[in-house]
Ligand binder design. Structure first.
Ligand code: RB5
Length: 148
């Protein structure tokens, strides 16, 4: 299960990603927004981040104009590792090394085709574990208020 959210700045690329998920027969839930009317991105970031943290979805995808505010907001939820990126190498490496679970994209940064490409890499790349698991565990310890 993939959960998605966007604001007005990310609506177009979110819809392109949803078309890709439909064509790939990947189950998804869209938390909105659904129109180009101006809305506040933290609301959608929280809905998606919360669903991922509660393990109601394996991954989240958040789209705004830059992907930046969405990531800042989503990362306030414990257990969420949200990343903003715009290149294929980062999409691959953040799954392999960081076990990122929320992808944030910017509608003023990437076009529809690039957004779909980045989402497909992110969703289809496995976490490598090993030494990277230790480091991701250290991030969880920071959430618990422990020094690392
Ligand atoms: C909305 O104008 C814009 O601030 C938002 O889409 C996002 O880019 C915030 O980080």
């Amino acid at each position: 299960m993939i959960v998605l959210g966007c604001d007005h700045g990310g609506l177009k690329i979110k819809n392109a990603i949803i078309d890709y998920l439909k064509n790939s027969k990947i189950e998804y839930k869209d938390f909105g927004c659904y129109s180009a009317d101006s809305v506040d991105y933290p609301h959608y970031a929280f809905a998606v981040a919360n669903a991922v943290a509660k393990q109601e979805a394996q991954f989240g995808i958040l789209c705004c104009s830059t992907g930046l505010g969405m990531a800042i907001a989503a990362n306030k939820v414990d257990g969420v590792r949200a990343v903003t990126l715009a290149d294929e190498f980062s999409a691959q490496k953040t799954r392999e090394h960081n076990n990122a679970n929320v992808l944030c994209l910017g509608g003023k940064i990437v076009d529809d085709a690039k957004a779909v490409k980045l989402a497909s890499i992110f969703l289809n790349t496995q976490f490598e574990g090993g030494r990277h698991e230790r480091r991701v565990d250290m991030i969880s310890q920071i959430e618990e208020g422990k020094a690392v």
